[in-house]
Design a protein around this ligand. Structure first.
Ligand code: F6P
Length: 350
């Protein structure tokens, strides 16, 4: 078989580890030829598809390296119109691809699902620092992002303490609060604000005022998709044709402006941004990414296309890509971590 591999959507630590595991398993175990498709689905669009061979030597020595050797795109949308879709179909046939391993988030899974219409057989591998893919309790990249955000929060804490400030730290995560929740808990943040729980400004003010009296500094960890009760999302920009048309960012600064008039301490905001997506994957993510890549190759070898690799109850398995396309896994209101955070006195803005 001739199998393509692509990475779609925003990058995350561990992508190279998946590419390596997919290619090595397919070559060693499946006797397949493996081809890398460049820049996500963008490499399959246009008049000439863009690829590179993925032989054993091409994927050696990349396990620990962040980013993706194949490049990625989170604005390429092969489903945007019939002409684009038809061209992708011609490219897939010209490349002689028997299937593709698509490593990406919900946007990538939706596209992979849609490309069945032009005969593309796909196996999906979930990736995202947001940890928001349905039916998958842990996507690789998340552990590394939590570690990076936690480290940043701890660094912010020492300067917050020195200057007696309220420091707001904004994490990524889109419409899911997993990254803010876990890094907030791991760094002992005083206030954690998530997209899933619209916050009341009064509750945040009350917590900061109480801490002004005693500890004299406060750490607020806020997910980029959080919003005030009755307020709206903080949108950085809108992107035409993208499967994800809204880019978030800046809610920390919005909260700073709302809070400052009510507090004696100076309020400052830091947006962590893409630092959370970069760097070498943690050992946990290297292992998870290798497990995911190996399982994706097994699905290909067994001809089980249309499936996405998952982790459920600590076990590797798979679900239909159709069940994942256009869905998101947000923090459920009854999640144990929320109950625990409340019980140990974290303010969730309620
Ligand atoms: O989905 C991963 C993610 O890092 C989100 O947390 C974030 O909102 C988005 O990608 C940022 O994307 P971009 O790099 O296009 O700004």
């Amino acid at each position: 078989m001739r199998i393509g591999v692509l990475t779609g959507g925003g990058d995350c630590p561990g992508l190279n580890a998946v590419i390596r595991a997919v290619a090595k398993s397919l070559i060693h175990h499946g006797h397949c030829e493996v081809v890398g498709i460049l820049d996500g689905f963008e490499g399959l669009m246009g008049d000439a598809p863009r690829t590179r061979p993925l032989g054993w030597g091409d994927v050696s020595g990349i396990l620990h390296i962040g980013g993706t050797i194949l490049g990625t795109s989170n604005s390429a949308n092969p489903l945007k119109d019939d002409a684009t879709l038809a061209q992708v179909g011609r490219n897939v046939r010209a490349l002689g691809l028997d299937g593709v391993v698509a490593i990406g988030g919900d946007g990538t899974m939706s596209i992979a699902h849609g490309l069945r219409a032009v005969g593309l057989n796909a196996v999906g591998v979930p990736k995202t620092i947001d940890n928001d893919i349905a039916h998958c309790e842990r996507s690789f990249g998340f552990d590394t992002a939590v570690a990076t955000a936690t480290d940043a929060l701890r660094r912010i804490e020492s300067t917050a303490y020195s200057h007696h400030r309220v420091m707001i730290v904004e994490t990524m995560g889109r419409h899911a609060g997993w990254l803010a929740l876990e890094s907030g808990i791991a760094s002992a943040a005083d206030v954690i604000l998530l997209p899933e729980i619209d916050y009341g400004l009064e509750a945040v003010i009350a917590r900061c005022r109480a801490r002004e009296q005693r500890q004299r500094y406060t750490i607020v960890c806020i997910g980029e998709g959080a919003k005030e009760r009755g307020g709206s999302l903080t949108v950085r920009e809108r992107v035409e044709y993208s499967p994800d048309p809204v880019r978030l960012g800046g809610v920390g600064h919005v909260l700073r402006e709302r809070l400052q008039p009510h507090l004696k301490s100076e309020v400052r905001a830091t947006v962590l941004g893409h630092v959370q997506r970069g760097g070498d994957p943690t050992p946990f993510d290297r292992v998870l990414a290798t497990r995911f890549g190996h399982h994706a190759a097994r699905l290909v070898i067994e001809g089980r296309f249309g499936r996405m690799v998952t982790l459920q109850g600590g076990r590797i398995g798979s679900v239909a890509i159709a069940d994942v396309a256009n869905t998101q896994r947000t923090v459920p209101p009854d999640h144990e971590l929320l109950a625990m955070a409340r019980d140990i006195g974290v303010c969730l803005g309620e």
